[in-house]
Every structure is written in structure tokens, then in C-alpha cells.
Design a protein. Sequence first.
Length: 113
Amino acid sequence: MLGEVMVLKYFGIRVSDLEKSVSFYTDLLGLKKLRQGTMRHGGKWVLLEDSPSHQQLELRYPDNSLHRTCPETGLDHIGFKVQDPASAFRRLIAKGVVKALTPSDKDGVRGIY
């Protein structure tokens, strides 16, 4: 543990069929569609939420981002809520985590690392 509470908020995965994936997560698993949009590189995303837990899942298509994903799972990114993002980031780097992006505040979210 990093010495402070880290709460899982959301994660993003890349999918091979966005429409089919949205249907699976909403119709079969009961997630609710919150919003959708287009990424800078032209890909599409859909943000879903589990109503009881408020955890979110972002589906991304196609896999044409410049950033790497986990080939086995399609994991694109994961989000945790922490009290002090800069401090948590420094502790993760000190433990050997490799930085994928430059820390920033983006799209209304403070402390993206």
C-alpha cells in the first residue's frame, strides 16, 4: 500500500466492437451509459457506470492511440482517487512504476498521472 487510501474509481479498456461491447455491459451486466465522445485521434469512447458502486468503465474503440495497452486484457488505463495525487505518483515511481504520461490536469480532472 502507498500509505494512503486509494479508491478504485474507473478503468478503461479497448474493445474490438464498440456497439457489441456497450450492449454486453449495459443489457447483460446492467451498467448505465453516462456519456460518449470522440478522441483527438478519431477513436470513440463510451463511459458506463455501475449504479450501486458508482465505479465506471470506459470502452474505447478502435485501438489506434499512441499509448500502449495490455495485449491480454485490452486494459488502457485505470483511475484511483487519492488525497494527494503528486505524492502518490512519487511513491509509485520510487517503487519502480514506469510513467506512461506526463502528469497533468486534463478534461476537468485534477491530477492525472
